[in-house]
Design a protein around this ligand. Sequence first.
Ligand SMILES: Cc1cc2nc3c(=O)[nH]c(=O)nc-3n(C[C@H](O)[C@H](O)[C@H](O)COP(=O)(O)O)c2cc1C
Ligand code: SF4
Length: 653
Amino acid sequence: MTHFKNLFSSVEIGKIVIKNRIMITAHQTNHVKDGIPTSDMAAYHAARAKGGAGLIVLEAAAVHPSGMLTTQTIAGYDHRVIPAYSLVAKEVHRYGTKVFSQLFHGGREVVSSDYRNAAWAPSAEPSLRFSVMPKPMSLDEINQVIDGFALSAKLAKESGLDGVEICCSHGYLPAQFWSGLTNHRKDHYGGSFENRMRFIVEVMERVWKSVGEDFTVGIRMSADEKTMDGLGVKDSVEIVKYLVDRVRLDFINVTSGDSSTYAGSTHIAPASPMAHGYNAPYAFKIRMAGAVPVFVGSRVLDPAEAERIVSTGQADIVGMTRATIVDPEMPNKAINGELQTITACLGCNQACIGHYHKGLAIGCVQNPMAGNEEKLRPLVQRSRTGKRVVVIGAGPAGLQAAVTASDLGHQVTLIDQTNAIGGLLRIMRRAPMRREVAETMLDNYTRKLSQSNVNVQLGQRATRHEIGKLEADVVICAAGARPYLPHVEGIDHPRLMLVDELFGANPRTVGRRVLVFDYFGDWPGVEAAIFLAEKGHDVTLVSARLYIGEEVHQYLRNEYLKKLYTLKVTLLPHFDFGGITQERVILRNLFTHEAEQIGDWDTIVLSMGRVPNTELYEEVKGSAPVVRQIGDCLAPRTLEEATFEGMMAALEI
Ligand SMILES: Cc1cc2nc3c(=O)[nH]c(=O)nc-3n(C[C@H](O)[C@H](O)[C@H](O)COP(=O)(O)O)c2cc1C
Ligand code: SF4
């Protein structure tokens, strides 16, 4: 029986038929070398095609050297892309999935480049987020870029791809032309609405001329730029009406947001706790205005949500990008009704777009195989004999090690001294804006454990003696970490509290005026400040970082800052916690080294990082032929390192 009838019905888009309504929207993998996709990219997309997605749009490919977003952007205008694209097409087509290229020019949006070339844009209007002041394009440069779109579309077609999506979303070049905020030109590409639309109309016309009628071409656009003074849905409706009257558009892929501003950029890949599927109502308006097939995505996390969007006519195809980064097999599982086996995306952004912004290859906190498909294939496929494996600690590292080892056929015992699984996730679930991340991850692991053969022993301390009795071949120690306490005066003050206690089961009473000290710029300090301010406390968030939330992915940080300002939390970066002397809190400026004292305070909450719990590892060392240490008990880091080391520890058995 086919579940989700609408979602798994085929649909005609332009000149092709797509087998179902699940698409993977364009997303950078950074599997690109010298502008050309590597075989890792083909393996990455092959895994997702195998998993059942109907359509994959490959990551942004620059149409001209002036349009590169970073040094790892695909050079879509370079003939050398043909063999690389052909390989991707061959791999993806094996599973009946269609594949498009996304044709891109960032205009003033340049994240990084080897040498800072002059950015090209309609007018000299700066991009705040990337600190770029572009040069106004000459008519010759405009012509070169339009030619670049046409050439790149032709190369995509020659490579065997099924279509192209012209990226007009997020304030990239076509949108910079059509928006009066960024286009102040006095020539026939600026001024009136018709003149501002001329660029995209000419792009479409020249693309059609170069690929011929027998191809599929559409656009991606932000229905609402979600930025101060930016374009809203009404403007986008006018743009669509104008375009469909003049050029053939096979589809419109609707999103929201704008790359040039902090708040607008959040919507490029909205993080938890932002609402699920919030672009769908915009897609409906665009669908009504354009009367062409419409795609929509952003935080559509499960097949039931996607089915609802299709069945209510809000869109024809639903983007489920991070949902398939984390679980490439999600479409197949959905069609077979195996919903309990789907690993849900956390919306954490840490290893998918977080990696992109760090210049690293794509990954996933919940799926350490993502982006490593080709590299880890020999290790995954090697033959194994079942071993007795004991995992100590049921936090993310231990859970990942246990379920992976069990999937590989080992006999696994998972021991934790507390009465529940989750480790640090149980603290995180009390943090107001991390709740969804923690609960989704807990739910994913709870289901995985219940579907596995792992013998779970909770409420039990793993002593050397007990481990010895289990006669393990391999012991994996994932005993976690505990809060770090700085070596300063007053650290035992009764009105000082650790963030773990604040988010624990029985926190002490907190007074009116609270100082939260955050050392690493990660989520616990910011969340503590939000948690207390929401309860009406008068909160100052003191951070030893350059800016608040420095370690958090930028799109989540934007949401944090919005919340902190709304709650009127006082923000004080650049100060270290110097202890408590005679009831006065000492703040030390990181740059001048001058100390300041605060006398008016009731409670201090400290979030200063963690130190590894190495005692258990030292105790069990030597109790089995192989004893390994992973995750925070090796060195406290983040969820990503925990799950990656958990998976690798299991794969290497
Ligand atoms: C790692 C990553 C890279 C992205 N790169 C692009 C891109 O090249 N072009 C684009 O239009 N959108 C890009 N996006 C945005 C996605 O296409 C998509 O809109 C976003 O992930 C929200 O959809 P989702 O909630 O289904 O993941 C990227 C997103 C991610 C996570
Ligand atoms: S890293 Fe986080 S947000 Fe990105 S796909 Fe994985 S679980 Fe989802």
